[in-house]
Design a protein around this ligand. Structure first.
Ligand code: THU
Length: 140
């Protein structure tokens, strides 16, 4: 699947965004190594901080389906420049690195970044005292 196809999938998912408070609808499409595509949209809440971004929703959907390895993530919104993931989503992406992060807007502007470009000097598991992830905790 090429970048434009993945952006098109993200745009389709975006139609399901629930953004009554910001009116800023975001769609994400996450391509797993398996070839499957998982969607995410922002889901807002009357208690504003409870809302979730499209990128984290897509990661949660994919991990729920048993995926751990990813090729590309496309994100699209009606933003002046290609939609840039928030800091929380950047950190979440470092846990499940995606080779290509494709940022887009509805006008057709596209920018492709790597996780390290998106979040240099990221915090990661290597900083924690227990460096090895136990299978028990990662796959019940
Ligand atoms: N949002 C996303 O879903 N992804 C981004 O990359 C940026 C921001 C959402 C969060 C909130 O629902 C709305 O956009 C406005 O911040």
């Amino acid at each position: 699947m090429n970048d434009n196809e993945l952006i098109a999938r993200a745009a389709e998912f975006r139609r399901h965004a629930y953004a009554p408070y910001s009116s800023f609808a975001v769609g994400a499409a996450l391509l797993a190594r398996s070839g499957r595509v998982y969607g995410g949209v922002n889901v807002e809440n009357a208690s504003y901080p409870v809302g979730i971004c499209a990128e984290r929703a897509a990661i949660a959907a994919a991990v729920t389906a048993g995926e751990r390895e990813f090729e590309a993530l496309a994100v699209i919104a009606d933003s002046p420049a290609p939609c840039a993931p928030c800091g929380m989503c950047r950190q979440m992406l470092m846990e499940f690195p995606v080779a290509r992060i494709i940022l887009a807007n509805t006008e057709g502007a596209v920018r492709v970044l790597t996780p390290a470009e998106l979040l240099p000097h990221a915090f990661g598991a290597a900083a924690l005292p227990t460096k090895e992830l136990s299978d028990e905790n990662t796959d019940c």
